[in-house]
Design a protein around this ligand. Structure first.
Ligand code: PLP
Ligand code: MN
Length: 380
């Protein structure tokens, strides 16, 4: 192979500190660092002031970035959650000392990878089936490490998780009796509650989740098993878990970046719940203006996720989002607003997590200039 051939963009840094944003090739994932740091500080101080005993364990699936995790931990987080073993490996390699895989694994290869992480960091993982307990125990024993285990309870999310307190007790007993494993408590995350639009709906959902988790924890303790950790919560509901007097950990993820879908949640203006800023944008270039009212830019379905709705054009009154295809977005221009070919604009993605996972690099900036380039730990 000709060594002079340029590397594919995924392997080379697409920008360097000092470069003006206007010169960055698109489509590109941008993070406004001052806004990111304000979001991190805002949640950390809210938790410290309003729920002093509650630990903050932000979800790293949002950013897949050891650089962001380091900033969250410097602000007081005890560690991170991960959703994939690949994320957990990246965080452990970067020195994150306490990692929760807030998810189930179901094959021996991944259990071995988790055991390797447990040799470096405190590692906990969720289960909702006896077969997962056996896989984890075998892997922990083979590697000579301890894996901490939480039983996931379905508290209304209707995804993973055991459906009864009795089932939670049975799994807790199994974990306690399994060599190499330590039972930590309950994973009680209510995913479906996060984007309920009204604060009163979110509050009611978390009240029910708290009731279910308290009942299961009570039954586990009645069986003579300590149940120190009750973990859950996301960006839409954390104020309710923080105030529950039950949850010991909060797993907010999206708050670092935010997105257009979270912006559609109604806020409770009477409460002092933090208002997070949009720190994440997709930079895109107008590549065509075929009609006076139509602009086409170069960020499409492969540059941002539209599963939770289209990107927001809040920064550009006079511009409407008109649809995406693989490598294009169509924008409708309302006169006198007119984009020119070559102009670059910022889209606020509909859903931050899957959007970040489409990119190899986060281009960090201060509003006008690139200040850092951070890798994204893609893959599973
Ligand atoms: N915890 C778990 C288990 C999740 O799956 C998620 C996201 O879906 C979160 C926490 C974080 O939620 P959010 O990004 O809404 O803050
Ligand atoms: Mn999400």
């Amino acid at each position: 192979m000709n060594a002079l051939l340029p590397l594919p963009r995924s392997l080379r840094r697409p920008a360097e500190p000092g470069m003006p944003i206007a010169e960055v090739e698109t489509p590109t994932l941008l993070v406004d660092l001052p806004a990111l740091d304000r979001n991190i500080a805002l949640l950390a101080s809210y938790v410290q002031n309003r729920a002093p005993g509650v630990r903050l364990r932000p979800h790293a699936k949002t950013h897949k970035s050891p650089d962001v995790a380091r900033r969250q931990i410097a602000a007081g987080a005890i560690g991170v959650c991960c959703q994939t073993v690949g994320e957990a490996e990246a965080m452990a390699a970067a020195g994150v000392a306490d990692i929760l895989l807030s998810n189930q694994i179901a094959d021996a290869g991944k259990a071995r990878r988790l055991a390797a992480i447990a040799g470096q960091s405190r590692l906990s993982v969720c289960v909702d089936d006896p077969s997962q307990v056996a896989l984890l125990s075998d892997a922990a024993m083979a590697a000579g490490v301890t894996i901490h285990v939480l039983v996931e309870l379905d508290v209304g999310g209707a995804r993973c998780g055991v459906l009864s307190a009795d089932a939670a007790v049975a799994l807790a007993r199994l974990i306690v009796g399994s060599p190499g494993l330590v039972f930590d408590g309950l994973q009680a995350y209510h995913g479906r509650a996060q984007h309920l639009r009204k604060p009163s709906e979110r509050q009611a959902a978390i009240a029910e989740a708290t009731r279910l988790a308290a009942a299961a924890a009570g039954q586990i303790r009645d069986a003579g098993i300590a149940c120190p950790t009750i973990t859950g919560a996301g960006t839409g509901t954390f104020a309710f878990e923080a105030a529950s007097a039950l949850y010991t950990e909060l797993q907010c993820g999206s708050y670092v970046f935010m997105d257009a879908d979270y912006a559609r949640n109604e806020r409770d203006d009477g409460a002092d719940v933090p208002h997070f800023e949009q720190a994440l944008t997709i930079l895109t270039t107008v590549i065509s203006t075929p009609l006076p009212d139509r602009a086409v830019c170069d960020a499409g379905l492969k540059a941002m996720s539209l599963d939770s709705g289209p990107p927001s054009l809040q920064l550009y009154p006079g511009l409407d989002y008109a649809g995406a295809s693989d490598e294009h977005s169509k924008l409708t221009m309302h006169s006198p607003f007119a984009l020119q070919v070559g102009q670059k604009i910022h889209l606020v993605p509909g859903h931050c997590d899957p959007t970040v996972a489409m990119h190899d690099w986060i281009i960090v900036h201060d509003g006008s200039t690139v200040t850092a380039v951070w890798p994204v730990a893609r893959g599973w």
